[in-house]
Design a protein around this ligand. Sequence first.
Ligand SMILES: [Zn+2]
Length: 218
Amino acid sequence: MPIYRCPKCCRVVSLPEGTYYCRFCGPAFIMQPIQIKLAELKPQLYCSRREPPKPPSPQEIQPIRRWVINKPEGGLWTSTFLPSGDEVYGMCSDWLRWCKSDMPDWLPKSEDYCWVLYPSDDAEVVEVDDLEDYLQLLKYYSWLNPVTNKKEINFARLARDFDGFHLTENGVWKLRHLWEYPDIESFYGWDCESTVWFRWKFDVVRPLKAVPHSCKIR
Ligand SMILES: [Zn+2]
């Protein structure tokens, strides 16, 4: 569904194609279509870092805050569930694939630390898959980091309008360095395909061990 934005109050809504005015600002303010892509997410894998492991829940979603460059703190983090395993290590998410190759100590100790989450159809998760998606997003949701003097995503602002943010595997690799755009921050440090959820938008949650899949975690 297209996304429209009020030119006055900046309120964002997704609606079927049409002409709308802002319900708050009045008929003088026609909602403008903006080119922001929403994800169609498959089931997600969540891994708890707690001891003992704690299942994901709405209470686990912390407010979004600035953390490191172009990456927020808070929310709830998932990676797309890959029931037949990734191509390199056969792990059942890109996050587990990255842990296996770069940070084996971070691998969950067992399947008891992992859950599969099924996103609701009405979840509005912004997706960045390539440079064009990223540039469009920065038009509306960016701030200038005074330390680096580069534009990056304003995740707190994004969290007011959407349910989450998804960086695809393609995005991870293509946007890892942006040498040709010295005034824009890259996604260096995202490491793997992932979604940060700003709101609880899941229909069902199942323990990983209750869902057929090929990997053994460790
Ligand atoms: Zn308005």
